[in-house]
Design a protein around this ligand. Structure first.
Ligand code: AHR
Length: 662
């Protein structure tokens, strides 16, 4: 039975709501003292896939394309010049089984050559981004019977000017391969630089793994990652890092699938593969897109650890991409795939006395990576998936019961395929189901209540790939504009309201190079020197930075705020900061005055911090040339009274950070 004071408070609340309504304001009621669910630390994360030059040509900072001559065309990306031409002076040799993972190398024969007679030039990934004053680290593997050849190394900018140089004289001789290194400083900045080696002297010189890295990689790691791109991820404080995809997990056929064991150990022993996005879209063919795996599974776990994100690897489940060959591993031959999954857990978490734990330790990380999640398959569907998932589930749960398994619900968030998987996986007691939606902005606005009636117990949801598409999916016309971002902001209020069900969410894809992309839209765009967070990035980042720890209810006339009057809202408490965080999207082109009815929050501190993301123009975009068109503006506003009035700006996403009065 309600006490008199509770009744009185309820009546007062109603009275205030009615007063505000009578004044034409919308009233949002926040029940701050009644947490509905925890917000998981994993809630907002990032999805990484080597698409759009995401890894090679992207975060993997190697500047030389086709460094080991293993592309389908061995000299792709290289230009060989000889003046005069000397047949046989340059050869590509293939060691075949003697070095199956990296069989090819290049041989130069010189006979008292002066500089300028014989050279090779690498074009980089649509050029190389070079910065004035920065140190560049060259290395290569070489072999020669006797010393006698000198390598004159230079960087040539787009105008043909030399902007950096060094000389390397390989000294060791014999039948073994050796490593040569040299560092030099660039004298100018240029985004379209080429790398040249001129050879002089006499002798036969074999080269492989010709490499050039900037010295300012993430954490200064030699052979590491592009720091500006990683910084954009770190700035989001992502809850998890999904890797390596995406369709790249599946491969066009099974031989093209991602195999984590081939991505660890010495880089010269990591077997190169054609990137499946090389040939996927006839309208965006990228014939020079391959995977060197310089960013492999060790570097992935290390990166996740660096940026404080939980690792979420996704593994092939014995199925190739169903849009391509749809090849299946017969059930009786699935064991090696399941074993790969078990071994990955050991690689990440095993003691250094275990087989795979030792491999990790030998690579420089004796401490475990604390893997908790593992995804089985990407966007696979049909009974064939359920059958294969069951085999993985049984083996992994038997050996590692604490590992949470992420399962696929296919390519679409509805329809017969989805229903079969959704029901089947729930019947199997799946931990987490991965849902994907690439849809138009309208869909995102209309589905802000998607999870309101999902079952609360048992299986959780990973909104694993989503993006609002301004045009049709997989066209070149899709843009990252303010409309797409605003619709995602609206949709995410629904994810947050249902944080008891949705425990992870990530936009996809993550990166795109302006000269090397296949798929648009993408969260972050880069060229060889610059990177920009799109409007969509700004939305994801705001949610991630202000995710709070407990969801509380926020309603309008007793209902979730999911589109009434084009308003969308969610609210969380951040127990560490002792703040109430209210997120409000106003999708109308006009401002709306909203009364905030705070219940269970005691006396509110009138000084409220406001993060505002707003633009009147739905076509507004953040670009490399104009990166700050739509970025959050932080300000302090004063909200007073029992039912303070807040003005939601036209076409805006706002986070209000409220504290109690002392
Ligand atoms: O994010 C791009 C692609 O979309 C992913 O590789 C795939 O999972 C989805 O179809």
């Amino acid at each position: 039975m309600k006490t008199n004071s509770t009744l009185l408070a309820a009546c007062m609340g109603l009275l205030l709501v009615n007063t505000a309504l009578a004044q034409g304001n919308k009233v949002l009621t926040i029940h701050a003292a009644e947490p509905i669910a925890d917000v998981q630390p994993t809630m907002y994360g990032v999805f990484f896939e080597d698409i759009n030059f995401g890894a090679d040509g992207g975060i993997y900072a190697e500047l030389i394309k086709n460094r080991s001559f293993e592309f389908a065309k061995p000299l792709m990306g290289w230009k060989v010049e000889q003046k005069p031409f000397n047949e046989g002076a340059v050869r590509v040799l293939n060691r075949q089984d003697a070095h199956a993972a990296n069989p090819r190398f290049i041989r130069f024969k010189l006979n008292n050559n002066p500089p300028g007679v014989l050279s090779i030039t690498n074009e980089g990934f649509r050029g190389m981004g070079i910065r004035q004053g920065l140190r560049y680290d060259f290395s290569c593997m070489y072999r020669q019977t006797s010393a006698g050849v000198v390598m004159h190394i230079s960087l040539i900018d787009a105008a043909g000017k030399e902007i950096g140089k060094t000389t390397v004289t390989p000294a060791a001789s014999g039948n073994d391969w050796h490593k040569a290194n040299a560092s030099f400083t660039a004298t100018a900045t240029d985004a379209k630089t080429q790398f040249k080696i001129e050879f002089s002297g006499s002798g036969t010189l074999d080269l492989d793994m010709i490499s050039l890295f900037p010295s300012d990689t993430w954490k200064g790691r030699p052979g590491g990652m592009r720091a500006d791109m990683i910084q954009l991820l770190a700035d989001m404080k992502p809850g998890f890092l999904r890797f390596p995809g995406g369709c790249i997990v599946e491969g066009i056929d099974l031989s093209n699938r991602y195999q984590w064991k081939k991505t660890i150990g010495p880089i010269e022993e990591r077997e190169l593969k054609m990137n499946r996005w090389n040939v996927e879209f006839s309208h965006r063919l990228t014939p020079d897109y391959f995977q060197t795996f310089g960013l492999g599974f060790f570097e992935y776990f290390q990166l996740a650890e660096d940026i404080g994100a939980t690792a979420l690897p996704i593994l092939n489940c014995g199925m190739a991409c169903q849009y391509n060959t749809a090849e299946l591993v017969p059930m009786e031959q699935l064991d090696p795939y399941v074993q790969d999954a078990l071994d990955l857990v050991e690689f990440a978490n095993g003691d250094i006395t275990t087989t795979w734990g030792k491999v990790r330790a030998d690579m420089g990380h004796p401490a475990p990576f604390h893997l908790q999640y593992l995804g089985i398959g990407n966007e696979n569907w049909g009974p064939q998936y359920l059958e294969r998932f069951a085999a993985f589930q049984k083996a992994i749960k038997t050996k590692y019961p604490a590992i949470q398994l992420v399962s696929s619900s296919g390519t679409d968030p509805d329809g017969e395929r989805f229903d079969l998987l959704n029901n089947g996986l729930r019947d199997m007691g799946a931990d987490v189901i991965d849902e994907h939606y690439y849809r138009r902005p309208d869909w995102f606005f209309q589905h802000a209540n998607r999870y309101d009636n999902y079952p609360r117990n048992g299986t959780k949801i990973f909104a694993g790939e989503y993006a609002a598409h301004s045009d049709k999916t997989a066209t070149i016309r899709d843009r990252n504009n303010w409309l797409t971002a605003l619709s995602e902001a609206a949709f995410l209020t629904g994810l947050e309201r249902n944080a008891g069900v949705v425990t992870m969410a990530s936009y996809a894809p993550l990166f795109a190079h302006v000269d090397g992309w296949q798929w648009t839209p993408d969260l972050i765009w880069v060229d060889n020197l610059r990177s920009v967070g799109t409007t969509d990035y700004q939305v994801q980042k705001m949610y991630s930075l202000y995710k709070g720890t407990k969801v509380v209810s926020i309603t309008m006339l007793g209902k979730a705020v999911a589109g009434q009057d084009s308003l969308y809202a969610s609210a969380v408490i951040d127990e560490r900061a002792n703040e109430l965080l209210i997120k409000i999207v106003n999708a109308l082109p006009t401002a709306q005055t909203i009364a905030l009815q705070l219940e269970g929050w005691g006396r509110m501190n009138p000084t409220v911090k406001q993060m505002l993301l707003q633009n009147d123009d739905l076509n507004a975009m953040n670009t490399l040339d104009n990166p700050t068109t739509v970025v959050p503006v932080e300000s302090t506003i004063t909200l007073t009274g029992k039912q303070p009035l807040f003005i939601a700006q036209p076409r805006s996403f706002t986070i209000l950070r409220m504290r109690k009065s002392n």
